[in-house]
Design a protein around this ligand. Structure first.
Ligand SMILES: [Mg+2]
Length: 143
């Protein structure tokens, strides 16, 4: 692979993180697949560390630390998706499609007391397995 990864063609998270993985020789797959338990656990720990850092600064800030840690979570999440060969942009689009079905046909929104948007009667669950199959995933196919 040529060393053309310093200046990515676009600034989407997936492209930035792919450039990082290529530059540092980290795992990257182009088709969804289960990976070794060791690698899967390592990626899970990285993400848990970053999520814990968000929790540390979520209330007390300062705001630049919160912004930093939120970006770290997204970066590591995209990296974990890349390690597993998951096109996370496509999964995110499916989650968004599903979330938007929480809106009633009349534009009504039902909320929990804490403000969380609830699923209405027109709610459609995301078909993440379907998205992964379109990307070439064979469930139970192994690494
Ligand atoms: Mg961090």
């Amino acid at each position: 692979m040529a060393a053309t990864t310093v200046a990515p063609m676009s600034s989407s998270p997936a492209d930035l993180v792919r450039a990082f993985h290529h530059a540092f020789g980290l795992d990257a797959r182009s088709t969804p697949a289960e990976v070794s338990p060791e690698l899967a656990a390592h990626r899970g720990e990285l993400l848990a560390e970053e999520a814990a850092e968000v929790a540390e600064v979520a209330v007390t800030g300062p705001l630049d630390r919160l912004a930093h840690e939120l970006a770290d979570v997204v970066y590591v999440a995209y990296g974990t998706a890349l390690v597993h060969g998951i096109d996370l942009d496509a999964v995110l689009a499916e989650i968004h499609r599903s979330n938007m079905t929480k809106l009633g046909p009349d534009g009504s929104v039902s909320r929990r007391a804490d403000g969380k948007v609830l699923k209405g009667e027109h709610y459609e669950a995301p078909d993440v397995a379907g998205v992964l199959r379109k990307q070439g995933w064979t469930p139970g196919g192994g690494a």
